[in-house]
Design a protein around this ligand. Sequence first.
Ligand SMILES: Cc1cc2nc3c(=O)[nH]c(=O)nc-3n(C[C@H](O)[C@H](O)[C@H](O)COP(=O)(O)OP(=O)(O)OC[C@H]3O[C@@H](n4cnc5c(N)ncnc54)[C@H](O)[C@@H]3O)c2cc1C
Length: 384
Amino acid sequence: MDDLLRLDDQLNGDQRLIRDTVKSFVADRVLPNVGDWFEQGTFPARELAPELGALGLLGMHLQGYGCAGTDAVSYGVACRELEAGDSGLRSFVSVQGSLAMFPIWRYGSDEQKDEWLPRMSAGEAIGCFGLTEPDHGSDPGSMRTYAKRDGSDWILNGSKMWITNGSVADVAVVWAQTDEGIRGFVVPTSTPGFSAPEIHKKLSLRASVTSSLYFDDVRLPASAALPGVTGLKGPLSCLSEARYGILWGVVGAARACLEASVEYAKTRVQFDKPIGAFQLTQEKLAWMYVGAAQAGLTALHLGRLKDAGQLEPRQISFGKLANVRAALDIARQARSILGGNGITLEYPVIRHMNNLESVLTYEGTQEIHTLVLGEALTGLPAYR
Ligand SMILES: Cc1cc2nc3c(=O)[nH]c(=O)nc-3n(C[C@H](O)[C@H](O)[C@H](O)COP(=O)(O)OP(=O)(O)OC[C@H]3O[C@@H](n4cnc5c(N)ncnc54)[C@H](O)[C@@H]3O)c2cc1C
């Protein structure tokens, strides 16, 4: 589809190469299969992880330990192309790189980094990030999972919910209350007392593994704690990284829906004309295009701020809120343009639409990001 605003002309040669590489990986390995994965509620994480690792997509914006060390715009473009395939695929990469590898890379000991990061960047080890609990989602500061000191060890008890990659992970970065405040723990999933049953019956992000985590007297050595951070700012800084990937990723989902509906509108004939020749359809398509291009502009601008070291969390909230809302609106309009065909997995639209419902909720709901912007505007926090 025509890049009307010529946004991708703004990308440099490396960024375009990454775009084209990820796009052809998605075209070859994901698009032919993702409808089936979604229908069956499976995601071949073990199979795809080494392939994603070989492409340099795992922890790609981190330096060292086998990570690609790209700029932020490159990471964003990769997320966009992955999510044009499926939000579940982008979620896998976001969780691995931004939520599991990033805290180890940023706050971990040399021993933790050496043990996990090379294998994780190669896709040989899979990570997950445990923050949300059954009773504490938007307000993670009230979490009840607790790590108590026992001599030099820690004993971890509690549970987490809605954890992407949980059942397939080799390592979980778990956030828990301690007597010193909230701390992060690097927990090998083979540790006795750790279990991660998969959550079934999802109708969104079906091509993604989502799990509960249970910790039943999980004994961890002193070396399991992340030494570099205490307090909620630890997990929140990881979420900022992942939300940045989301605000790019959903541009890809929106584009996929727009492309599918333009194609459909040009070929589906009713009342002796392609439905794309009716003004009502063109109005929908025009606004979908405006929304997708504005989301792309926002992503590029925020990417450049991030590369300049100037990106603030409230700007990320702006991007996550605006772009996910735009993508969801586009997916819903696309669904209507496809008529009855809009509800089948023969087309990508309803898959993206259902996925985006999760994307609207995870990594800070639309309401929480609205409150962040409300506070930015008024100086008055209204969270509680
Ligand atoms: C598919 C999927 C994958 C996920 N993956 C992960 C993961 O890997 N790791 C992880 O830790 N978590 C993960 N999550 C959890 C996700 O981050 C939470 O679902 C999210 O933070 C919301 O929490 P909650 O579901 O408990 O909803 P709640 O916090 O109970 O919110 C319910 C509703 O109340 C609203 N609300 C809450 N507080 C306020 C307020 N102060 N003012 C106005 N409205 C408010 C919310 O916006 C929402 O609309 C995932 C979730 C999903 C669905």
